[in-house]
Design a binder for this molecule. Structure first.
Ligand code: S3P
Length: 172
């Protein structure tokens, strides 16, 4: 097993928490794409949105994703909007990408008070965004993980098992 693992899903789906867990279990390195962008740009995501707008952020998101693809043994936690850029969908689809799927209300309760997420607005606006993106996550992933009602540990084990199965199959 050496390929990178990419985690995608809406805001609040636990991409970072799970990414760290999976990386520790597999002895991979963990990269959070938002942190990667912030470190390279020496600013915050909120500041990037406020000063330069979402489209500048999206370009940085694609170039950062492209930086990481040639590397090995990484677990990459992406930002929730990675799939709004069509190029990213084909990049992710060509990799091992898990879509962490939760019910909207679970996600809303986790992110509704977060002032650092520039796209978190009213319940209705966020629900519309979720509905618009749902199909894009499915297009970009290689496997949907139904997360509702499961603990981080259970989801981690599910993903590790899928990686092991893929590895066993590819060694024949
Ligand atoms: C975004 C999600 C955020 C961050 C940015 C845009 C989105 O990441 O990349 O605020 O468009 O959904 P998280 O999913 O980690 O909150």
């Amino acid at each position: 097993m050496s390929e990178n693992i990419y985690l995608i899903g809406f805001m609040g789906s636990g991409k970072s928490t799970l990414g760290k867990e999976i990386a520790t279990t597999l002895d991979y390195n963990w990269v959070d794409l938002d942190h990667y962008i912030e470190a390279h740009q020496k600013t915050t995501i909120k500041e990037l949105f406020d000063r330069f707008g979402e489209s500048t952020f999206r370009k940085l998101e694609t170039s950062s994703l492209k930086d990481l693809i040639p590397k090995r043994q990484l677990v990459v936690s992406t930002g929730g909007g990675i799939i709004v850029t069509p190029e990213n969908i084909s990049l992710l689809k060509s990799q091992t990408t898990f879509y962490l799927k939760w019910h909207f209300d679970t996600l809303y309760n986790r992110v509704c008070d977060d002032k650092n997420r520039p796209l978190v607005k009213s319940y209705e606006q966020l629900l519309a965004l979720y509905n618009k993106r749902e199909q894009l996550y499915k297009e970009a992933c290689t496997k949907v993980i139904a997360c509702e009602g499961k603990s981080i540990e259970v989801i981690t084990q599910e993903i590790i098992r899928l990686m092991e199965v893929e590895d066993e199959n590819s060694s024949y």
